[in-house]
Design a protein around this ligand. Structure first.
Ligand SMILES: *[C@@H]1O[C@H](CO)[C@@H](O)[C@H](O)[C@H]1NC(C)=O
Ligand SMILES: *[C@@H]1O[C@H](CO)[C@@H](O)[C@H](O)[C@H]1NC(C)=O
Length: 250
């Protein structure tokens, strides 16, 4: 009897290490969470900032799987397409030197490697875009809001735009458009998880809170589904990260 009981207790006392589900993050620069994928799944490096559990330890998807040809080059956008937004800038903007307390936000993988979050025209209400480092916006997450600084350095009062998440699904019914507005966001909350920008809302369970799409016109969408899986045509999977060097760079 005694013997049996102590064996059972020893089993119960064994440390339960958290095993990650498929498509969850398992590694990356500054990632400090669990790293063990479920049986039959392997941790696959997507980029320096992001590794993910994939069933069958599938090799990292090749860049040819991403429909790069259908994603317009932001440098040609300005001349070849009509302006995305006709709205008037809310401020003259903080310029190309990072202001105290703010960050650049950028993608770190193909096809948007070192493309930075911004609006077009700059500092105006409109869709969140990824574009050139020369026109990068400056951001901070405050109380769950993703805030863009749009006033000039030293200007008082400071002026801001807020990233607003659409409650209406678009593209593959797994995408939520993100737009900068003068009003605060009322749907879900933003935060930095490590250095990657995340969004969550209590009513939706997301397999990866850091998953974004960058689609036609370089517009950014929250990806409610899996990262790097069933990517809609014309979109690219990205995670986006803060960067705090004094100037943005390519
Ligand atoms: C990792 O975190 C450290 C400490 O917060 C920070 O200094 C560093 O810039 C981060 N690395 C990257 C690649 O963001
Ligand atoms: C989109 O997804 C929502 C939530 O899962 C679902 O209720 C709705 O029926 C879907 N719409 C379409 C057109 O598939």
């Amino acid at each position: 009897m005694h013997h049996f009981t102590s064996v059972a207790l020893a089993i119960l006392a064994g440390t339960a290490s958290a095993v990650l589900q498929d498509w969850q993050q398992c590694g990356g620069i500054n990632y400090s969470g669990d790293t063990q994928c479920a049986t039959g799944s392997g941790c696959v490096k997507i980029n320096d900032y992001y590794s993910q559990c994939q069933p069958g330890a599938a090799p990292a998807p090749t860049t040819t799987a991403i429909p790069t040809t259908t994603v317009p080059d932001p440098t040609t956008l300005a001349t070849t397409t009509a302006p995305i937004s006709t709205s008037v800038p809310a401020g003259s903007g903080p310029g190309t030197t990072l202001q105290t307390g703010y960050y650049w936000i950028r993608a770190v993988a193909s096809p948007n490697f070192h493309k930075y979050m911004q609006t077009s025209p700059l500092y105006s209400p409109g869709p969140a875009l990824l574009g050139s480092y020369t026109t990068a916006g400056q951001f901070q997450v405050v109380s769950g809001q993703l805030v863009q600084l749009v006033s000039a350095p030293g200007e008082k009062p400071e002026k801001f735009l807020y990233a607003t998440v659409s409650e209406t699904r678009s593209i593959n019914n797994m995408s939520l458009a993100v737009t900068f507005t003068e009003a605060k966001n009322t749907y879900g909350t933003f935060k930095f998880g490590g250095d990657d920008l995340q969004w969550s809302v209590s009513s939706i369970t997301r397999p990866n809170p850091s998953a974004w799409y960058v689609c036609a016109g370089q517009k950014m969408y929250i990806n409610l589904g899996n990262y790097m899986y069933q990517t809609p045509s014309g979109c690219a999977d990205q995670t986006i990260h803060y960067y705090n060097d004094k100037t943005a760079n390519s």
